[in-house]
Design a protein around this ligand. Structure first.
Ligand code: SR1
Ligand code: MG
Length: 423
């Protein structure tokens, strides 16, 4: 038996020596390490990401660090997030084949995953900032969400398997804690790591922190997030966790995976499309972005529609779990009962999705982890104008979520707020 080596962070200089004997990596890129070219490309908040190219191909080596990369070693974070990422990727691949990168190797002790190098894919957020209209994202992401969220729940899984998975992912405590604080609480008080475009947004920030209805709603959503262990979530499904070409869409980075409410992934994702929409005004140096704005709203409509349609299809064809059993409905000739229950469930997902989207918008403008959509707007007054509109929109959909009935209604509001001259 080989002794387990203590964890050691990789570097561009050490990677070839450390992984030169790794069979999985060598089989994908070639074993002549003298021909390996290693680049560190991680631009996320948490991990190291290397692209390793050899004579026979390329691969990605992702390694967790024992702290939050964005903040430094003053904020320790367990390496086990790599374990949860690996297990989430295997489940997502089984439930939505072809939607995530292929895994070549996982080393739990070194917290590293060797996986497929996606090329010429780029991060979706970057594409949207550049004004690129990707034709397939709404369909691909809508299907991914419906398939993973339905098939990871008690609607589909054997309850014994779901409970085992629930227990496995329940240990992803520290990453849940990040979301619980950063998304649902920090934006609404003077938390230490918060920042915002100042002084332009100071007045609005004070108003939001004094907004009782908003704070009650944010805590209600936090309660749902923490207590409603419905399905295995991606847990961090924003446009920075998706890689695209015109013809392909792949979801990456599910290290925040845990059992939570279906509506969370959907809300976080749509929030990032709405933020891309509100940020476009800041990216008009080379021409107006009217068609890009229209495209982004269309993407939200199509994503929600594909999600609903596929979720409904799976409900009718794969409802094999312990919830809403067919023995109570279809087997008694009561198809209507099953459809009624489906409508109720989708209505709940819709209502909660709006709430999660609202608070996601707020935390990306007021909290620690901001979005490049707004951050790359160099003119601070212009950035603040875009951000203020997004904040207003987020507040409306979070607080009024039970009174909003369609995505067209939401998008009409977004378009109205976006065209306002005063903030
Ligand atoms: C301290 S981590 C900040 C954020 O980065 C990740 O991508 C998650 O979105 C998290 O909330
Ligand atoms: Mg990430």
């Amino acid at each position: 038996m080989t002794a387990k080596l203590p964890f050691e962070a990789l570097s561009v200089e050490t990677l070839a020596a450390r992984l030169g004997a790794n069979e999985a990596l060598c089989s994908h890129i070639g074993k002549d390490t003298s021909r390996w070219n290693v680049r560190e490309v991680g631009d996320g908040n948490l991990n190291l990401v290397f692209i390793v190219e050899g004579v026979a191909g390329a691969a990605v080596v992702k390694q967790a660090l024992p702290y939050v990369r964005l903040v430094g070693d003053s904020w320790p974070l367990p390496l086990k997030r790599s374990f949860f990422e690996y297990h989430a990727l295997t489940r997502q691949q089984a439930r939505a084949p072809g939607s995530v990168p292929a895994i070549h190797h996982f080393d739990e002790g070194q917290a590293l995953i060797i996986m497929e190098y996606l090329s010429p894919h780029i991060i979706l957020r970057r594409a949207l900032i550049e004004g690129r209209q990707l034709p397939k994202i709404a369909r691909d992401i809508g299907l991914f969400m419906a398939r993973t969220l339905f098939r990871g729940s008690d609607l589909h899984m054997a309850t014994k398997d779901r409970k085992a998975d629930l227990a496995l992912f329940a240990d992803n405590v520290e990453l849940c804690d990040i979301t619980e604080n950063l998304v649902f609480s920090d934006p609404y008080f003077d938390a230490k790591m918060n920042r915002h475009t100042s002084p332009q947004l100071d007045r609005i920030v004070a108003e939001l922190r004094a907004d009782r209805d908003l704070k009650v709603e944010a805590q209600r959503l936090k309660h749902i997030f923490a207590a409603n262990a419905e399905t295995l979530l991606h847990g961090d499904l924003h446009s920075g966790s998706i890689m695209v070409t015109d013809t392909e869409t792949r979801m990456i980075d599910p290290e925040f995976a845990f059992y939570g409410p279906i509506a969370f992934d959907v809300g976080m994702l749509l929030a990032n499309f709405w933020m891309a929409f509100f940020s476009q005004r800041g990216h008009e140096q080379n021409g107006k972005r009217d068609t890009m704005r229209a495209y982004l709203l269309d993407v939200t409509v199509e994503t929600w529609s594909v999600f609903r349609t596929e979720f409904s299809h799976l409900w009718r064809t794969e409802r094999t779990g312990m919830l809403y059993q067919k023995s109570l409905f279809e087997d008694q000739g009561d198809r209507l009962g099953a459809e009624q229950a489906l409508d109720h469930m989708l209505h709940q997902v819709w209502t909660d999705m709006l709430g999660f989207a609202g608070v996601e918008v707020h935390r990306r403008i007021l909290g620690l982890a901001h979005n490049a959509d707004f951050e790359t707007i160099a003119d601070e007054d212009l950035r603040a104008t875009c951000e203020a509109k997004a904040l207003k929109f987020g507040r409306h959909i979070a607080v009024n979520r039970r009174q909003i009935h369609s995505i067209d209604e939401v998008n009409k509001l977004a378009a109205l707020i976006e065209r306002e001259n005063r903030i």
